[in-house]
Design a protein around this ligand. Structure first.
Ligand SMILES: [Zn+2]
Length: 230
């Protein structure tokens, strides 16, 4: 399934690709949005922040990715590819499980419960675009994975162009869609063919529209954190 982009977004997409360059960046950008959970809850509960709240909030925000641990221990990396035809994103990646857990924890544990709840929501939003193979949003009704702003082949345009595959792909496979989805049956076939072992290098060690958004969020979060403490 590919839901096309609204017409107005196509111009934005062109600009983002045009601005891509070869500058290297680290994956630290991914951490940026996790600060927002802490800042948001601190603001609405009028809680004074202490520096050690930040590593706890970052830890909280990664709890859904506890399902990567078997692969991480076994392979020393997390990458759905032909070498490992499986994508994590189970359990807390199912909104029908994580959202009630988050809300209940908020009512039970107050400040930290709400930080966890907001961190979970941000984690799900993060996993819904950019890297990875989307989320099974409708589980258990459907095991279909959904992703926003993606291609069915789940590769950035510059990578498809570099490898010469862009022109050879059918139009519905290569175009950037507002939303794409994969059935549980076809997902392994796509991962086998299009998954990348070196996705961090290809997406985050240079300025792409995905890394660009995340580094901007990171910078914004750092500014907000500094304003909170000084
Ligand atoms: Zn995740």
């Amino acid at each position: 399934m590919c839901v096309p982009l609204p017409h107005s977004m196509k111009n934005i997409r062109g600009t983002l690709y045009y601005n891509r360059n070869e500058t290297s960046f680290t994956t630290a950008g991914r951490l940026g949005k996790w600060f927002f959970a802490l800042l948001f809850v601190a603001e609405i509960t009028d809680t004074q922040l202490v520096w050690w709240y930040i590593p706890i909030a970052i830890l909280f925000s990664h709890t859904p990715d506890v399902d990567t641990l078997p692969e991480l221990f076994h392979r020393k990396k997390v990458a759905a590819s032909s070498a490992f035809v499986s994508d994590h994103r189970t359990f807390l990646h199912y909104p029908i499980i994580s959202l009630p857990f988050g809300i209940v924890s908020g009512f039970l544990f107050g400040f930290w419960g709400w930080v966890w709840c907001v961190a979970l929501i941000l984690h799900l939003l993060n996993d819904l675009y950019g890297t990875g193979w989307g989320l099974p949003l409708l589980w258990p009704v459907s095991t279909r994975r959904y992703k926003v702003l993606g291609r069915r082949v789940n590769r950035l345009k510059y990578l498809l162009q570099q490898s010469g595959q862009y022109q050879r792909l059918p139009h519905n496979e290569r175009k950037l869609c507002f939303a794409v989805s994969w059935s549980a049956k076809e997902l392994p076939e796509y991962i086998q063919k299009w998954g990348m072992e070196d996705w961090i290098e290809k997406i985050y060690m240079r300025l792409t529209w995905i890394s660009g958004i995340e580094y901007l969020l990171f910078i914004g979060a750092c500014v907000l954190v500094l304003r909170f403490f000084y």
